[in-house]
Write a protein that binds this ligand. Structure first.
Ligand SMILES: [Zn+2]
Length: 143
């Protein structure tokens, strides 16, 4: 096994939550995932993935004492894990950027993407459209 399969959002989110300096337990990760998604992943889902990451060299397991007779483990990213996380974060950011671009309105006159300032107006047939600024709105009607 060279690289863990990152085929689900659960796996991607879990990996993005891991850190090279601050170790986290499976329980910490489950709690964070619950806060993020509103759904607590089962330990039958978390631990097999953590073991997969460990076996492929992306995280290190550290024993941090025991709770009630059971060994407690925490996990942190290796250098290889950090690289994968950065690659993944980049990929996610690109995906979000694409989604964002698709959702953004464009100025009806100049075509610039509208991130915040929007002038609402109507086109020549009276349908609602948006402009980036008053000047574009005026220029559109001047034509
Ligand atoms: Zn414009």
């Amino acid at each position: 096994m060279s690289q863990p399969k990152l085929t689900s959002l659960f796996r991607i989110q879990t990996l993005l939550m891991l850190h090279p300096k601050h170790s986290k337990s499976g329980y910490d990760l489950a709690k964070e995932l619950e806060q993020l998604t509103g759904k607590k992943p089962s330990s039958g889902k978390i631990y097999p993935f953590l073991h997969e990451l460990k076996d492929t060299g992306y995280i290190i397991e550290k024993e941090t004492g025991d709770s009630g007779g059971r060994s407690k483990f925490e996990y942190f990213l290796t250098e290889k894990g950090v690289e994968l996380k950065e690659e993944l974060a980049e990929r996610m950011a690109n995906l979000l950027q694409i989604r964002l671009d698709q959702k953004l309105d464009k100025c009806h006159h100049c075509g610039v993407k509208l991130y915040d300032s929007i002038v609402e107006g109507k086109d020549k047939s009276g349908s609602p459209v948006v402009f980036c600024c008053k000047h574009c709105q005026a220029a559109y009607f001047d034509k």
